[in-house]
Design a protein around this ligand. Structure first.
Ligand code: HEC
Length: 151
């Protein structure tokens, strides 16, 4: 009763779909960076915090997003862009000056909590970025810094 699956055709169809979706590209240009509006700049962060946050937060929460080679390939490109847009929508450290003090307070409180819970950086990011698997000391450093900001 069972019909044989025509694997060859299936693969050809999949290949065609894969090629076609490559035409739907995403805009990956970073908006212009205005350094005076940046969180780390405005709060005069120590260099170890600057380095760490650039490494593990700024790929999604700033205008300094570094896109890896595989981000050029759909559907990975859509998925990654979604993360960046979503992360930026929640908190953009590059436009810190645009937030009210209530918003800043809320982002800092959440940042502390999420880093403490190991929810940030998000888990899928940690798979491909080993530097984002933070040690206890690194997490404490970030949390102490977020908590130390006057608000
Ligand atoms: C790979 C992308 C990525 C990285 C890296 C990343 N985030 Fe996020 N972040 C997101 C996304 C996506 C969301 C939205 C999550 C959601 O709504 O479920 C988010 C949400 C947040 C929020 C808002 C949460 C809320 O409750 O509204 C804060 C604060 C935050 N991230 C802080 C950080 C900090 C601090 C770091 C670095 C230690 C970091 N993130 C690293 C992608 C990222």
């Amino acid at each position: 009763m069972l019909k044989r699956i025509p694997w060859k055709k299936v693969w050809v169809v999949l290949l065609v779909i894969f090629v076609l979706i490559q035409f739907k590209t995403v805009d990956k240009t970073n908006p212009e960076l205005i350094i005076e509006n940046d969180f780390l700049e405005m709060t005069n962060a120590p260099s170890e915090v600057v380095e760490l946050m650039h490494e593990v937060c700024y790929d999604c929460h700033s205008h300094s997003v570094r896109y890896p080679w595989y981000s050029k390939i759909a559907p990975v490109s859509w998925w990654m862009k979604g993360h960046v847009d979503n992360g930026l929508g929640k908190s953009n450290f590059a436009e810190w000056s645009g937030y009210s003090s209530v918003e800043q307070d809320s982002i800092l409180t959440r940042s502390s909590r999420l880093v403490g819970l190991k929810w940030m950086p998000i888990i899928t990011y940690k798979i491909t970025h080993s530097e984002a698997r933070l040690s206890l000391e690194q997490r404490e450093m970030l949390i102490d810094y977020f908590d130390s900001i006057e608000r």
